[in-house]
Design a protein around this ligand. Structure first.
Ligand code: NAD
Length: 373
């Protein structure tokens, strides 16, 4: 098969969907790798490294015209028009009702593997791009906050006197939250965390955080897939009160709470941010799902009464080298999973391949297409 690796065109996207390491492995399986020129340049992978791995560097149209196209962000309808008939596209898709793109992919009789639809099961962990990117985003949230924060994070005893450690609050202790807790702890901060899923308590402790306990617990906080269920309005009121008290005592607040992996509950209100200490920083990682913080502005850093509220999207894309390395390996592992002796075998009955294939030969599973995972 000819496998194309195309250059990302979204303004904030610096990742690439294959690296010389994964290209070499795919070539080893008998495929030809066609890398669009400059595809890796935004994440510091020069074309020459792809060539050294055995790939061919080609013009855009040739990479898009391959049998399979590897990508990070979903293609635009215009880009998809460059696919050959029957092509396979492997990418994050997050369709959100992109009917124009869906129509082009149908017309091209495309097969689409949506990376966000990899099931969260043990067998698929090596392919779980949501987790690998969330891990990076949690780390990067702490780095972004500490860059703006006008103080040290660790406790310091200096000749000029003692400097107290920073107080960090992490809201939502899933993959991104746990990564943020571990990072802030490694940098020497005192870290507290809250989540509605009681199962998370021990995980928070194991990475060095203190779990904030709500007196009333939610009996059915978790669904079968391990995702949080939406909290009731009454419960949300209690959570907001708890987080208000915790946030005004904190220097850095990082919010990561999502329900069903997609929707962000509003957990921190404007008056809470207004009452935080001047110089504090809030990073709202749930911005793609609407944000956990009332003052967040998508894609921006805004100041609210002396506190900076960061609503940057695609934090993983701000560490494009490692993000590409991990994402490319997730794709490679998915493709190897589907690979038989003779090439790719797309078995829709398979517990991983089935959910990932949101379109097969132009036939869309519209329910999945409208919101995988
Ligand atoms: N391969 C696997 O087995 C695998 C891989 C990844 C995740 N998972 C499971 O899925 C879980 C969630 O993963 P995720 O990080 O993608 O979650 P997510 O991004 O959907 O949500 C982040 C966190 O927000 C929390 N949250 C939701 N509403 C909240 C509220 N009102 N207040 C406070 N916190 C709230 C959730 O409980 C979750 O921990 C994991 O912790 C794990 O149990 C399993």
């Amino acid at each position: 098969m000819r496998i194309g690796v195309v250059r990302e065109t979204r303004a904030d996207e610096r990742r690439v969907a294959a690296t010389p390491e994964t290209a070499k492995k795919l070539i080893g399986k008998g495929h030809e790798l066609l890398v669009e020129n400059g595809a890796g340049s935004a994440c510091s992978i020069p074309d020459a490294e792809f060539v050294a791995a055995g790939a061919k560097v080609v013009a855009s149209a040739e990479a898009w015209g391959a049998d399979m196209v590897l990508k990070v962000q979903k293609p635009t309808a215009e880009e998809a028009a460059g696919l050959r008939e029957g092509a396979v596209v492997v990418s994050f898709v997050y369709p959100g009702g992109d009917d124009e793109l869906a129509a082009v992919l149908r017309q091209k009789k495309a097969t689409v593997f949506a990376m966000e639809a990899v099931p969260r099961i043990s067998r698929a962990q090596t392919m779980d791009a949501l987790s690998s990117m969330a891990n990076i985003a949690g780390y990067r949230a702490v780095i972004e906050a500490s860059y703006i924060f006008p103080r040290y994070l660790p406790l310091l005893m200096t000749a000029a006197g003692r400097v107290p450690p920073a107080q960090v609050l992490v809201v939502g202790a899933g993959v991104a939250g746990l990564s943020a807790i571990a990072t802030a702890k490694r940098l020497g901060a005192v870290v507290k965390a809250f989540d509605t899923r009681p199962a998370v308590k021990d995980q928070v402790k194991s990475v060095g955080g203190e779990f904030l306990q709500l007196d009333a617990t939610q009996a059915d906080a978790e669904d079968k897939g391990g995702y949080a269920r939406a909290a009731s309005e009454e419960m949300l009121g209690k959570i907001r009160a708890l987080l208000h008290d915790a946030a005004v005592q904190s220097d850095i607040v990082i919010t990561t709470a999502l329900v069903g992996g997609r929707t962000a509950p509003r957990l921190i209100e404007a008056h809470t941010v207004e009452q935080m200490k001047p110089g504090s920083v809030v990073v709202d990682l749930a911005v793609e799902g609407g944000g956990n913080v009332a003052c967040t502005r998508r894609g921006e850093a805004v100041e609210v009464n002396g506190t900076t509220v960061i609503g940057y999207t695609n934090l993983a894309g701000r560490m494009p080298f490692d993000a590409s390395r991990l994402y490319a390996r997730n794709i490679l592992n998915l493709l190897v999973h589907m690979h038989g002796k003779e090439g790719f075998n797309i078995d829709l009955a398979d517990e991983i391949t089935g959910p990932v294939s949101i379109m097969h030969g132009g036939e869309g599973r519209v329910d999945a297409w409208k919101g995988a995972n």
